[in-house]
Design a protein around this ligand. Structure first.
Ligand code: SAH
Length: 351
């Protein structure tokens, strides 16, 4: 069965009119799903019972119920573990900020990029998510918190550019005026650096922010942390970033996780400044979040500050990422990993 939540307004309208209905019915149903966040066709009270029944018979309706919700002590972060219709588990995070709430979503169940410090990589890729499953994470979090979502970041489990078609569909639907109508400028997509897909993305005419996970300043160091670096050199990656900025006018964000004794020295900071010279960008420094299965240690506060100061000397925009939700397994894939260790099977616990 087709997932109705993954269909664009045009696709849904075409399909509904094929059933002999007026085109405006397609828009109505679309708005119920994507703006009013209905939990099923039965909620759509201004649609005839006959049409609702026809939709129920014709379409799958992706709905995510949390298997587990954890709230940080500061109450500014909530982490959700959702079970997909086939039982696979994914994570989403809700972050409350003064300037607007953010939802961080997953783009895949698992991941095949294999970054050494990341918990999502541990079991490899299970499958990519549909556009409906990405959208529904935003909707389910919004229903659960009862609050408006201002920003969406695709920085949860998975590599979004490894699920390119569904990612683009997701962005177009999330920004549709008949849905949540989130501004493109309030969407961030984070990639480990798939160069051909970055070039392709640059040509889509989008105003989203591209975040690039860098974590290293030379190829050898990067290859040890991120297998993707064996495929694309830093030179190629930085060239793709320059191209992305030239094509879109959007400043690149670089993610740099500081790992003690690995990539956090003064000479690393200098090499990073050199690498990013003349590039319109912003650097986010994140002390690496220790994952139990991996033996990486975060840089201490003094090192983090020195690293930041060094970059600033070279006039690079830099922030230390405020740590939210570390007490609730904040790092990518950690909650799922912990849950799977404890539970006999993914389907057996409910909230
Ligand atoms: N695949 C995408 C997006 C998912 S990960 C990417 O690689 O960008 C989101 C960010 O969290 C990435 O920058 C990733 O490198 C980082 N990350 C993963 N595990 C981490 C950990 N244990 N500590 C700190 N950052 C981590």
């Amino acid at each position: 069965m087709t997932d109705s939540k993954s269909m664009t307004l045009a696709e849904l309208t075409a399909d509904i009119t094929g059933l002999g209905e007026q085109p405006f019915r397609g828009r109505q149903i679309y708005q119920w799903m994507h703006a009013r966040l209905a939990e099923g066709f039965a909620d759509m009270t201004d649609i005839s019972e006959k049409l609702r029944r026809a939709c129920e018979a014709r379409y799958q309706f992706t709905l995510l119920k949390p298997v587990k919700v954890q709230e940080s002590a500061a109450k500014d972060t909530r982490k959700f573990l959702f079970a997909l219709p086939d039982g696979l588990l994914i994570e989403s995070v809700w972050m409350k900020y003064r300037h607007g709430n953010s939802v961080c979503i997953s783009s895949q169940a698992g991941c095949r990029m294999g970054c050494a410090f990341c918990a999502s990589a541990i079991g490899g890729l299970e499958r990519s998510l549909t556009a409906g499953e990405m959208l529904e994470q935003v909707y389910a979090v919004s229903r659960h918190t009862g609050e408006r979502v201002a920003n969406v970041v695709v920085m949860g489990m998975g590599e979004p550019l490894d699920n390119y078609g569904n990612l683009l569909r997701f962005i177009r639907m999330l920004t549709d005026e008949n849905g949540l109508h989130i501004s493109q400028r309030n969407i961030t997509v984070s990639t480990c650096g798939l160069v051909p897909e970055m070039i392709r993305l640059a040509a889509e005419g989008l105003q989203i922010t591209l975040a690039v996970s860098l974590h290293a300043t030379n190829d050898e160091q990067r290859r040890r942390l991120m297998p993707v670096a064996r495929k694309y050199s830093l030179m190629e990656l930085i060239d793709a970033c320059r191209h992305y900025f030239a094509a879109t006018g959007r400043r690149i964000t670089f993610e740099y996780s500081l790992i003690q004794g690995t990539n956090d020295s003064k000479s690393d900071a200098e090499a990073l400044a050199h690498l990013l010279k003349g590039l319109n960008c912003h650097v986010n420094l994140i002390p690496v979040n220790p994952v139990r299965e991996r033996d990486f240690v975060e840089s201490d506060e003094r090192n983090v500050n020195e690293f930041k100061n060094k970059l600033e000397k070279y006039r690079i925009n830099v922030t230390i990422r405020r740590e939210m939700g570390r007490d609730i397994d904040g790092a990518c894939g950690q909650l799922r990993q912990r849950h799977q260790e404890q539970m006999p099977g993914p389907r057996e616990e409910s909230l």
